[in-house]
Unconditional design. Structure first.
Length: 111
């Protein structure tokens, strides 16, 4: 990864740590947070500016995959967030229908 992306990644991780997102972990260091965890937590806990930064660090497809795998399946808990992310970042024309479809498929896979 290039140095500018590394710096941005550390800044995002430190912001999450300062926000208390990792309160249940003992002495978390920014460098120890996995890419998957960083993407998931930024999408859930930080603001638009920080979410925009993710797209400077990681490919679109990876961010979308983590959103679908980790956050979207937790609908309706993150319903409003999922609508925003689906529409604004992932350019899904019918977010409600898409979210329902993915959530339904996930529920069926658990049976």
């Amino acid at each position: 990864m290039d140095p500018e992306k590394d710096i941005l990644k550390i800044q995002l991780a430190e912001k999450l740590i300062r926000s208390g997102v990792f309160w249940s972990y003992a002495n978390v260091k920014a460098e120890e947070i996995s890419d998957e965890m960083l993407i998931e937590k930024v999408l859930i806990y930080l603001d638009i500016e920080e979410i925009n930064s993710l797209f400077l660090i990681y490919p679109y497809r990876i961010i979308k995959e983590i959103w679908r795998k980790e956050i979207l399946i937790q609908d309706p808990f993150y319903h409003s967030l999922n609508i925003l992310l689906a529409f604004h970042y992932f350019h899904i024309k019918s977010p409600e229908k898409y979210i329902h479809s993915i959530s339904h498929r996930h529920q069926l896979s658990l049976q």
